[in-house]
Design a protein around this ligand. Structure first.
Ligand code: ZN
Length: 201
């Protein structure tokens, strides 16, 4: 790797794990393997764009997960619905996109509302399965907030399902991870699922 490329990587992607130069070379090889002529003028920039696109999909936006004391003693569910995300299927390297509904029953700490979306983004920008993404978001909240309960529902469409294989456009996959009272207390569980899954419009 040249010194210039190395400096570029460090400055542009301080948290990234993607080797842009290697990804670009691999994308060029893949194009050739797929029967395309990488020397074709139309394709000249494609390896670089492919590498940049994967790097973006795999690099979470850093954030500071500030929590606050629950001074008001708020003891009802906090639910953020319809948090949009894009992720990358680790089995096909194809995107899956959808929404996450994330809630928790506060204990001693609460989290800024916008941060719930950040937590989803933190784990979505990875080579993922939907099940793992769902569990990781629930695990993060449980670990960082010690809430009395946590619920995560993820509703997504996978390109590997809709454009290949069975080719079932519109098929959505729903996964959930429920922890603590959201899992064990039937009333809290029903309330969370109603808040999280009520159909829009
Ligand atoms: Zn897939």
């Amino acid at each position: 790797m040249t010194a210039v490329a190395d400096r570029h990587l460090r400055v542009a992607r301080p948290l990234g794990r993607v080797d842009l130069e290697a990804a670009e070379a691999a994308a060029r090889d893949l194009l050739a393997a797929l029967g395309a002529d990488p020397a074709d003028e139309d394709l000249a920039g494609t390896p670089r764009r492919v590498a940049a696109a994967y790097a973006e999909l795999l690099t979470p936006v850093p954030f500071v997960p500030t929590t606050f004391p629950n001074d008001e003693g708020y003891d009802e569910l906090v639910v953020a619905r319809d948090i949009p995300f894009s992720s990358l299927c680790r089995r096909h390297l194809l995107p899956f996109t959808g929404v996450a509904h994330v809630g928790y029953l506060p204990g001693d700490r609460i989290l800024g509302l916008s941060k719930l979306a950040r937590v989803v983004g933190l784990f979505a920008r990875d080579l993922q399965t939907q099940e793992r993404l769902t569990a990781q978001v629930a695990g993060w909240l449980t670990e960082h907030l010690a809430p009395r309960g946590t619920g995560v529902v993820v509703d997504a469409e996978h390109l590997c399902v809709t454009v290949r294989g069975v080719q079932a456009p519109g098929v959505r996959t729903v996964t959930s991870a429920l922890r603590g009272r959201v899992r064990d207390d039937p009333r809290t569980r029903a309330e969370f699922l109603a808040l999280a899954t009520t159909m829009r419009g």
